[in-house]
Design a protein around this ligand. Sequence first.
Ligand code: DGY
Length: 320
Amino acid sequence: MKPKVVVTRKLPTEIYDQLSKRCQVYMWEEEEKPIPRSELEAQIKDAAALFCMITETVDAELLDQAQNLKVIANMAVGYNNIDISTCEARGIRVTNTPGVLTDTTADLAFALLMATARRIPEGMDTIRRDEWNNWSPFFLTGQDISHATLGIIGMGRIGSALAKRAKGFEMEVVYNNRSRNYEAERISGAVFASFDELLEKSDYVCLLTPYTKETHHLIGKDELQKMKKTAILINVSRGGTVDEEALYAALKSNDIYAAGLDVFEGEPIASTHPLLTLSNVVATPHIGSASVNTRMEMARMTARHILQVLNGEDPDHLVV
Ligand code: DGY
């Protein structure tokens, strides 16, 4: 009998076909709506593999239902939705999708930086509301990007790719990371800085760090106060790295200039979220890696990881 794989979202036929040659595939039939927890709990009971998204919380309780599970393949580079230590203790392999989304996510980070600095969404709203009356010398003036200082928190693959983009804009790049990234320093001229030094010096502070206990609310009231009044915060990591209440207060009282956010503490956020009432916030709905090609590559890679584990091979990208 073919091993069962649970796929938690409707994916293109190509992915279904890739898996069904080797597996019995259960696929949740909705593209936009995540699989309900009760359905996931029921389906995972006899599954050998789980193909999941960041919207599924894979905790010890769920794993208790899954007595045959060999592999959890997350269609994301981040895996804070999965209880890694329980998986490790139970010998369940966990995979993610690094590399394939690096450039696409760095592009989005830079796009958010530019849109926020140059107030592009505000400009469009102004036209839509018929409020563009005349060219005026200080109308919708923003912040310069070229020659400014970009501070990158978390200098992994995406951080390095962002630094390369910044180099094209002749920006000075400083970064903070658990360890020095000599390759990024060599390629983009990025300079290592202490966390506080980075906050004090940067015109743009971009968060690209994984979300862990240690990075929970890494940016809070104190950190926001250390930033320049003209600084812009960009978050494309996970919402939990920023204390949203503190951010709201800092933006409202102009302690920092603006924020470009692709991720939030609770997703999806409601249209009534306080941050959305502020004109100095540019928000996108967690679309860092959302290009057609990249999402297809992530799905292919996730399916491949499952097949590799079920075939007794080492998957290309193993978390544990
Ligand atoms: C990731 O890969 O971790 C993204 O946040 C989801 O695209």
